[in-house]
Design a protein around this ligand. Structure first.
Ligand SMILES: *[C@@H]1O[C@H](CO)[C@@H](O)[C@H](O)[C@H]1NC(C)=O
Ligand SMILES: *[C@@H]1O[C@H](CO)[C@@H](O)[C@H](O)[C@H]1NC(C)=O
Length: 503
């Protein structure tokens, strides 16, 4: 107890001298790059990080469906949960989809649409419990030479079986893998998450601390700050997760060590004359259901009841880095999702987070615009009522059919026309400073030529260069080349020179 209390207290002490007069030298607009997938994992950016995990396709949040080979029907949580399981559906949808909570490499809880967990009832298998206990734990037994053929062993030691289309029980003792066996299912994995929760819980408490530490030590080093600075950029935006505030002993499965890495980033930034935007990318309970929010199973649950604990994370960061000459800004929360995160809860949080920061530093505070059906301007008047507050919008020509069906030239024109006029109208309306906090070289018309990428990124640089607070490329390193600014620079796919303020 004494030891833990000491560590906690130690973490609250700022590494840097405190001063309210900091950041007056901030030179806007910033030219930044995101250090994505460093302190908050995003599997797609480097899939091999997951390779050492046993059953690496069965991670937390995997959405799975079970087809009974005997009935050729899908297992279904009737009504989406709250009652029995049946096995009578021809095509799978939400009620037939189960989200895994991984206990260890072969034991799992199964969470249904209405958030209950599958467990044992008196008359068959049910999804009624809101908390998973022993009775809501299943071993997924895979066939050696056909891993998508599975049987589910319940906590009573018996296998789940489909007695009929409307009766699923846990009382089977057979062991064949025949199609006619009522305990055999084909499992389909229809969606997966590969975030910080998945990688740490996937490796487990013994291996995860080693694997994560090795990643933090090697993925971003001082050499990278040297490279970023030498290429004329003036800042880095660093995504962090809520668990960093409890370093070195964050709640399981998260592991300690990311705070030391962030300390290093501040030291290197200072050495190379750069600024750091600390970005709370992953808020507890998930503000957007993405893997990069640290979500366990993809349910968005952040709301009013999480405001205080999220403000505490912000205050921790402001206390620790508020006195650093390299602190450029603190971003309160990345990409909250509308309408689930309501404007009311968000502005309440943003105000409380702003106040917490102002107790420690006069640094800029960044408010991320909501994704989903929300207008970035909804926060403008609120932001203007505060001091040194910028709005962050993320601009990708991706993710919707519109950009994918556009030609290269249409994608480029969209930047020069639509994006440009949006930005101009925000700025001329005397709005708050704007940060284009995420954009990238990849775009809807994939597989363009080198010349296409040069022209597309030139359009972005031309237009986003007008953003009053600055911009930040997503990301510095990524296995998908066009998403990696380092690769784009090294291979001459982007020409930054004319667009920099720091040279
Ligand atoms: C996995 O968890 C189950 C259920 O708690 C336990 O019985 C089993 O021993 C564990 N297996 C491993 C390899 O830790
Ligand atoms: C783009 O290239 C990839 C890899 O070379 C290929 O698999 C894909 O089909 C191509 N897509 C288009 C739209 O040409």
């Amino acid at each position: 107890m004494v030891y833990l209390a000491f560590l906690f207290f130690f973490n609250l002490i700022s590494c840097f001298p405190s001063s309210h007069a900091q950041n007056t030298d901030l030179k806007l607009p910033l030219r930044a790059v995101n250090l994505g997938n460093w302190l908050v994992t995003e599997g797609w950016m480097k899939p091999s990080r997951f390779d050492g995990i046993i059953n690496k396709d069965l991670l937390d949040g995997a959405h799975v469906q079970f087809l009974s080979t005997k009935l050729n029907k899908y297992l279904c949580a009737e009504n989406g949960g709250g009652t029995v399981l049946v096995a009578n559906r021809i095509s799978p949808s939400d009620w037939e989809t189960f989200r895994l909570w991984r206990v260890n490499e072969s034991y799992f809880h199964l969470r249904v649409l209405n958030k209950q967990f599958v467990g044992l009832g008196n008359q068959g298998v049910k999804a009624v419990s809101n908390t998973p206990t022993h009775s809501e734990t299943f071993q997924i037994v895979r066939k050696d030479d056909a891993p998508n053929r599975v049987r589910l062993k319940a906590s009573n030691g018996f296998f789940l079986q489909v007695q009929s289309e409307t009766l699923v029980t846990a009382d089977y003792t057979g062991s064949s893998w025949d199609d006619s066996d009522p305990s055999v299912f084909n499992i389909a994995i229809v969606n997966t998450l590969q975030g910080e929760y998945q990688i740490t819980n996937g490796y487990g408490p013994v291996k995860a601390p080693q694997v994560m530490q090795a990643h933090w030590d090697s993925y971003i080093t001082e050499q990278d700050f040297k490279f970023i600075s030498a290429n004329g950029l003036s800042a880095v935006r660093i995504p962090v997760g809520w668990w960093i505030a409890q370093d070195p002993n964050p709640p399981k499965p998260f592991v300690g060590g990311s705070l030391k890495a962030l300390d290093n980033a501040f030291t290197w930034a200072e050495k190379y004359g750069m600024k750091v935007i600390v970005d709370l990318h992953a808020a507890k309970a998930s503000q957007n259901r993405f893997e990069h929010s640290g979500a366990r199973d993809g349910f968005l649950e952040w709301g009013d009841s999480n405001i205080d604990e999220t403000v505490a994370v912000i205050e921790f960061l402001a206390t620790r880095y508020g006195g650093s000459p390299s602190l450029g800004a603190i971003e309160l929360m990345n990409e909250p999702w509308a309408p689930d995160v309501t404007l009311d809860a968000l502005t309440k949080y943003y105000k409380a987070g702003y106040d917490a920061i102002r107790k420690h530093t006069n640094a800029y505070v960044i408010l991320s615009a909501r994704l989903g059906p929300a207008d970035p301007k909804e926060l403008f008047s609120f932001a203007r009522s505060l001091n040194r507050v910028a709005i962050d919008v993320h601009w990708y020509n991706l993710f919707t059919d519109m950009f994918i069906t556009m030609t290269v030239q249409q994608n480029i024109d969209y930047i020069y026309n639509q994006r440009s006029s949006d930005l101009d109208s925000w700025i001329s309306a005397n709005g708050p400073p704007i940060l284009i906090g995420e954009w990238t070289g990849e775009f809807g018309a994939k597989n363009g030529s080198m010349e296409d990428y040069k022209r597309y990124t030139k359009a972005e640089l031309d237009v986003y260069g007008g953003a009053t607070f600055g911009w930040a490329y997503w990301s510095y390193k990524c296995e998908e080349n066009h998403w990696s600014l380092k690769w784009m620079i090294d291979n001459n796919f982007i020409q930054l020179n004319k667009h920099l303020t720091n040279l």
